[in-house]
Ligand binder design. Structure first.
Ligand SMILES: Cc1cc2nc3c(=O)[nH]c(=O)nc-3n(C[C@H](O)[C@H](O)[C@H](O)COP(=O)(O)OP(=O)(O)OC[C@H]3O[C@@H](n4cnc5c(N)ncnc54)[C@H](O)[C@@H]3O)c2cc1C
Ligand code: FES
Ligand code: FES
Length: 483
């Protein structure tokens, strides 16, 4: 079979490498099969356990960023112009890395299968923040599972490191940092015959929007891939095959987050972590922080994008209820035209969207949000981290100076075939004071609007109860605030 390999230029544990990557191969497979580096482990192959965590160093907006990612979901071709740091490079049996030493001192490892992943997650956190707080360690490690040691000793080791404040990045990695800014090589594409079976026939890494649409016109069946946290799960678990994958992440103009006159613009490839860490978002749209902390794990947040969540069009995409109440719209880009569509009109039916062939979501626009708007989100799931919603919702209420509701929007995910705004919430709340609303009556009226399904996460009745409970929770908090 004919495959197109992607020739990339990157650093592996301090050494510059040019290599030909089979199309769609994950970084984990590349490490094990080609490089014979077996220190990085694999348990789930779908982003849930963190055993495969590696750190990636890259140049971004004038700074070097180190991030932990799940190598099982990170396409190896995307390593182009980056520095891949794996467990093999951190310490030796005679001279352990400080993170390894702390884990040893606190008996934070038993069978050791999860340990490389914990070390790499801690490495990426400490590289960006030498003295993380307990909460920051917990957030950074929530995507790492350990089945035998127990988390207490791991956390103790981490807290000791945090108290000391270490720079975990070895001198050889610091030396490469200036080169990460200056490397300009373009990926090359090489036709090869192979008896092996790969996830795609081609993996294309356009470096500009112009190149993206040129590649797409040459390969009309190509599928866009952003963080890959949905697509690579389909590759690894469902064994889905693609004629070509079109990676959007190396097009600089797609990653921006900007505040403009018409609101906040979030580019297509901005990750959850980019949005969480953005100063503009923290001050003008603080509601995103509570949403993003509930999504997946640090490793997934470092790769996955909000736009990917929208385009994936799952009714339980967690960012969708919030974006609906913020009245977001989407800029859709094709070869030579752009159109803007309200997010509420984007979802046509179960996983069907208004995207036309050869069109990408270029950015999300979120109109200005009054500083005193009451915006809350709620996610009902079985676990706090790395779990999918049973029901998710978001509410936005604005009040006038007399305490009357002037605007009310309420949206749900997991409550119907598409994420949806409630139609009765605005008409039944607007013009009233929160204290004048009969909460249980309104809650059951809103629950009656939705048609959730029964599945392994909960029955339709249970979901309806969650819908009603979330309304009551929001209104109770709002009326408490306005007493
Ligand atoms: C372990 C794990 C935990 C997760 N937890 C959560 C969670 O808590 N909540 C949640 O909502 N989701 C969760 N997810 C799902 C996933 O991480 C999110 O949906 C994420 O936002 C997808 O973004 P991505 O950039 O990785 O998308 P990708 O996988 O790259 O793409 C997803 C889809 O969008 C399309 N696409 C991507 N970008 C564009 C674009 N610009 N224009 C047009 N089409 C595009 C792709 O073709 C594909 O069909 C989880 C996934 C994993 C593996
Ligand atoms: S192997 Fe479990 S997250 Fe990658
Ligand atoms: S030490 Fe065995 S899984 Fe963590």
């Amino acid at each position: 079979m004919d495959y197109t390999f992607t020739k990339i230029d990157f650093w592996l544990n301090g050494t510059r490498i040019q290599d030909e990557i089979p199309p769609g191969q994950s970084t984990f497979d590349y490490l094990h099969r080609k490089l014979q580096l077996h220190g990085t482990k694999c348990s789930c192959n779908e982003g849930d356990c963190g055993a495969c965590t590696v750190a990636i160093g890259s140049a971004r907006e004038g700074a070097i960023v180190y991030e932990a990612v799940n190598s099982c979901l990170f396409p190896a071709a995307r390593l182009h112009r980056k520095h891949l740091i794996t467990i093999e490079s951190l310490g030796t049996p005679d001279a352990l890395h400080p993170i390894q030493e702390a884990m040893l001192n606190h008996h934070a490892t038993q069978c050791g299968y999860c340990s490389p992943g914990f070390v790499m997650s801690a490495f990426a956190l400490l590289a960006m923040k030498p003295k993380p707080s307990r909460d920051e360690f917990l957030a950074a490690l929530e995507g790492n599972l350990c089945r035998c040691t127990g988390y207490d000793s791991i956390l103790k080791a981490m807290l000791e490191l945090g108290a000391k404040g270490i720079d975990p990045v070895p001198a050889w990695a610091r030396k490469i940092e200036p080169e990460l800014f200056s490397i300009k090589t373009e990926p090359q594409y090489l036709q090869q015959k192979s008896d092996a079976i790969y996830p795609a026939c081609k993996y294309l890494l356009p470096q500009s929007l112009e190149q993206l649409f040129a590649f797409w016109s040459d390969h009309p069946a190509a599928v866009p891939i952003c963080g890959g946290t949905d697509i690579m799960v389909q590759v690894n678990i469902s064994r889905r095959k693609f004629p070509a994958l079109l990676d959007l992440t190396q097009i600089p103009e797609l990653r921006s987050i900007k505040l403009q006159r018409d609101g906040l613009h979030i580019g297509a490839t901005a990750t959850y972590s980019d949005v969480y860490n953005s100063g503009i978002v923290k001050t003008d749209y603080p509601c995103f922080a509570s949403l993003i902390r509930l999504i997946a794990s640090e490793q997934i947040r470092n790769s996955g994008s909000i736009v990917g969540n929208i385009a994936n069009a799952s009714p339980i995409g967690d960012s969708l209820p919030l974006l609906l109440v913020l009245e977001a719209s989407l800029v859709l880009q094709s070869t030579d035209s752009q159109r803007t569509i309200p997010l509420k009109d984007f979802f046509l039916s179960y996983r069907k969207t208004a995207l036309q062939p050869f069109e990408i979501i270029r950015e999300i626009i979120i109109p200005p949000l009054p500083i005193d708007a009451f915006v809350r989100i709620s996610k009902a799931a079985k676990r706090k981290s790395v779990d999918i919603s049973t029901i998710a919702s978001a509410i936005r209420i604005e009040l006038d100076s007399a305490g009357q509701i002037t605007k009310s929007l309420l949206a749900y995910g997991g409550a119907a075939a598409v994420p949806m705004l409630s139609f009765s919430a605005p008409s039944d709340m607007t013009g009233k004071r929160p204290s004048d609303i009969d909460f249980p009556k309104l809650a059951s009226q809103i629950a009656a609007e939705f048609t959730p399904i029964s599945d392994v996460r909960g029955s339709a009745d249970y979901r309806k109860q969650l819908i009603a409970n979330q309304v009551i929770g929001y209104l109770t908090e709002l009326s408490g605030r306005n007493k």
